[in-house]
Design a binder for this molecule. Sequence first.
Ligand code: PLP
Ligand code: NAG
Ligand code: NAG
Ligand code: NAG
Length: 404
Amino acid sequence: MVHVHRFLKCHYLLCCSVICNQAADLVIELSSTPKPKPDVIPFGTVFTDHMLTIEWNASEGWQAPLIKPFGNLSLHPATSSLHYAIQLYEGLKAYRGDDNKLRFFRPMLNLKRMSNTAKRACLPAFDESEFLECIRRLVETDQDWVPNSDSASLYIRPTFIATEPALGLRKPGSALLYVILCQVGSYFKNKAEPLSMWADPKYTRAWKGGTGDCKMGGNYGCSLFPQYEAEEHGCQQALWLYGEDHQITEAGTMNLFLHWINEDGEEELATPPLDGIILPGVTRLSVLELTRKWGEFKVTERYLTMSQLCLALKQQRVKGMFGSGTASMICPIGHIVYQGEVRDSSRPTEDTAFSLALFQRLKKNKSVICQPISWPGSSHFLKSAGFLATPIVMTRLQEVPRNN
Ligand SMILES: *Cc1c(COP(=O)(O)O)cnc(C)c1O
Ligand SMILES: *[C@@H]1O[C@H](CO)[C@@H](O)[C@H](O)[C@H]1NC(C)=O
Ligand SMILES: *[C@@H]1O[C@H](CO)[C@@H](O)[C@H](O)[C@H]1NC(C)=O
Ligand SMILES: *[C@@H]1O[C@H](CO)[C@@H](O)[C@H](O)[C@H]1NC(C)=O
C-alpha cells in the first residue's frame, strides 16, 4: 500500500505557496442506487457506480479527492478543453486473479506517461503515487465490478481536462482530473481473427515535434476519418506510415511489432524507436522486456519501412506482425493493403468471397498479405509474465467516511 504523503504536487510553474492535498483527504460518497452488472457489453458503454474527481485551480491548487456516484459533469460552454483540446487520458486495467485478488498491470508506467502528457498540455503536475492510491480506492469501492473471468477485466480511464471557462488560448487556470471505470471483455469483435490494415501515406498520425508520444484526445479524434476510409477499403484499422520512405509507425491505436528474418538473415523482433512520433506503450515496453529476457532472438528498436516489409514478404522472411496495447494486449495483423487500386475499383461488399478476391488482386498489385502470428500463450502471456503488481489491498468499505 502506498504511504500517504503529500498528495498532489503544486503546479510545476507556480510557486508552492498553495495548499497541497493528500490522499488522506479523500472523501467517499457512496451511491445509493448501485446498477446491475451487465453480462456482455460493448466496450466503454456501461460504467461502474462511482467515479473519482479531483479539482485544481491556480489560486488554491489541488482540492480534496472525491469518490462519488458516477454522474454527469457540468461544464461552462467556453471550457477550454472543449475548444482547444487541452486534455488527455490514460488507459490501464485491473484483473481478478485465480486467487480472487485484484491486480493492476504496471500502473505507475501509465501515471508517469500521464504526467509527461500533462506537462506537454500545460496542465498542472500531480503526485503519481498519491493519484494511484486514489485510483486504488476507487477500484476498491467498485471491486464487485471487476469481472471474474480470464478474458475480461476492469478498464480504468483516468482523464485530465482544462476547465478554464474562457475563450483565450492560454495555460488553464482550472482543471479537473477524473477517473471512470468500465468492464471490458475483448476489445475487438472478431477476437480470434487477425486484423486487416490499410496503409496509405496520405494520412499522418503524428509528426516530429508534435504530440504523437502523448495520449491527448486530439490525436485520436483526427484519426477517425482515415479509420473510416480504412473500413471503406475493407480493412479494420489504419496502419500509420511516416515520411518519404513510408516508415511503419503504429497500427491503429497500437504499437507495432514485426517478427521476421531481417536483411542480415537474423531472426529479429523489431518495433519502431521512441523518437517522438511513437506512443510509448506499456505493453510495448513489456513485450520488449520479456522477449529480451527470453533471449531467443534479436530484439530491436529500429526504423522499418514498407519497402523493407514488402521485400521481406516477397522473400517469405516475415514470421508475423502484431499490434500491442492495453485494450487487446497482443493482436495479430493479417492483411495490409498498400498501394492497391482500391480507390479506383468497386468497394468491397458484405460478400466475403468478393473481399477475398479483392485482397488477392491487391496482393498482386504490390499490396501485402501477412500470415497471422502464432505467439506463445497469445494474449495471456503478458498477464502471466510477472508484470502484474502485487495484489491491490482490498478491504471492503464498512462505513461511509464523513465529509472532512
Ligand atoms: C495507448 C496507445 C498505445 C498502447 O499503449 P499501452 O500503454 O500499451 O496501452 C499504442 N499506440 C497508441 C497510439 C496509443 O494511443
Ligand atoms: C479555486 O478553488 C477553490 C476551492 O474550490 C474555490 O474556493 C475558489 O473560488 C477557486 N478559485 C477560482 C479562481 O476559481
Ligand atoms: C447525463 O447526461 C446524459 C446525456 O446528455 C443524459 O441522458 C442524462 O439524463 C444525464 N443524467 C443526469 C442525471 O442528468
Ligand atoms: C493491378 O493494377 C492494374 C492497374 O494499376 C490493373 O490493370 C490490374 O488489373 C491489377 N491487377 C490485378 C491482379 O488486379
